[in-house]
Design a protein around this ligand. Sequence first.
Ligand SMILES: Nc1ccn([C@@H]2O[C@H](COP(=O)(O)O)[C@@H](O)[C@H]2O)c(=O)n1
Length: 121
Amino acid sequence: MGSVSVSPRAARATAERIQPVPELEKASVHMKDPEHVKRVISALREAGADKLQVISDFDMTLSRFGFNGRRCPTSHNILDNSRVISEEGRKKLKDLLHYYYPIEIDPNRTMEEKCPLMVEW
Ligand SMILES: Nc1ccn([C@@H]2O[C@H](COP(=O)(O)O)[C@@H](O)[C@H]2O)c(=O)n1
């Protein structure tokens, strides 16, 4: 949420019309500045879907790591195992996962060693 910029004028305008966001009331949601988050969400709602641009990253910040003791799929896993990928493509992706994932979680490698390999992946 911190990277969404809202002009002071837009923030003031929306502050008066903030609608409740029930999802934000969940115990699992932690916010440094809840009022700012509410203002940003109101501004997003007001601007509409045409103005929305979503940028996500790929390191389990958006996807869940585990649930009920089981590992959740990453965003890559979902695509890798979907029917939009050919059988041959799925095999290649699985081979890449088996090669690169152990490197990603290897506690004996430095970030400097890992980074170029993760980019290569
Ligand atoms: N080509 C790739 C690259 C990365 N991964 C794994 O996905 C994790 C990121 O998961 P998100 O749900 O946040 O996208 C990353 O830590 C790698 O383990 C992959 O499977 N395929």
